[in-house]
Design a protein around this ligand. Sequence first.
Ligand code: CTP
Length: 407
Amino acid sequence: MRVVLGVGGGIAAYKAAELVRQLEQRGHDVQVVMTRAAREFIQPLTFAALTGKKVITDLFSGENANDTLASAVEHIGVAQNHDVLVVAPATADLLAKFATGQADDFLTTLHLAFTGAVVLAPSMNTAMWEHPATQQNLETLRARGCFVIQPDEGWLACGTTGAGRFPDPERIAAEVDLLTEQKKDLAGESVLITAGPTQEALDPVRYISNRSSGKMGFALAEAAARRGARVTLVAGPVHLNAPPNVRLIPVRTAQEMRRAVLESLESATIIIKSAAVADYYLAEVPKQKLKKTATRLSLELDPTPDILAEIGEKKGDRLLIGFAAETDNLIGEARRKMAAKHCDMLVANLVNREGLGFDSDRNEVDIITGSGKTVHAGPADKKEVAEKILDQVAMLRLSLSTAETKS
Ligand code: CTP
């Protein structure tokens, strides 16, 4: 893959050198572009030595043209000759310029002219990262299809700790690989995914919920969109941004989730139910806050609708993929739920292990396929697990349509 790496002017600019090495080790051909501010932090010579190519620094220097490119429109030539633009570190200033379409130096002009995939690896001080202006710019860029790599949390060069740390270059390189794999095996499919917990009100200020973060469902949505599917994501309350090219329908309760799912069901060809739906709710929610008394409080809860079971009854030829969150007898319970809810496939995970599953970035699952075979995935980042799950979904879709063609 031909990668153009834009280096912004942040203290993490020196880490971009390691990123060049990681990208090259993975077989990518890298051209580096540096902003003027980046050159305050690290010399172009470092990147030139690593890539064996002249680093592009100025819009009109004329020295920048490679043999085949006319220097006056070099940014257009570079845009046309590369498959992916990676910006690392992407500073708050660069994000603002990209979001507003400014083009006052080589990198910002290249960004406007670039039609391939854009990957941004922001890195900055926590307050700058959390500032509404930065978050809004990121939202704008995500909505335009840019892929944003979440910065790490930890010690920052400004002497504070928090979110904004430059991600491990190996992680950025792995994300670039995932993005550029170009597996389009879900093209033509319309995938409906549920994610996150639901919240069931007990009074105007309290609710019952669970520890689901929604990360598994969001990773599935992002991966399915990248693999060519039209994706609708019905999500309970989570702290995650909509992935690029995904229609997000936010809901709160199990009833709301059921309604949103049924409304989107008609056009769906694949349904993946990764949400951790609350099993009980309070039917009559008091209008006033429940008052504390010295005696025990008992609440009578009613079962919520089982959305997966309901879809299982009326799914027709849609593929239905359920999830099972268990604390013991994983495979036994998963097989029972798969049969009871008429699923074509089921993803089972243990949810009582520290650092895996609920409320975590990583997961380890057993995928019970249509043929009853069990495929193990992880422990790995949820994005990687999502790809493995979708590999099985795509395989099942292919085997069913091949069987249909034969009959
Ligand atoms: N599910 C659902 N609606 C519910 C409860 C669960 O659609 N009211 C779906 C989940 O999205 C998941 C699957 O059913 O795909 C299994 O959920 P899980 O919580 O593991 O099992 P339950 O059926 O709720 O059974 P239990 O809590 O007793 O294990």
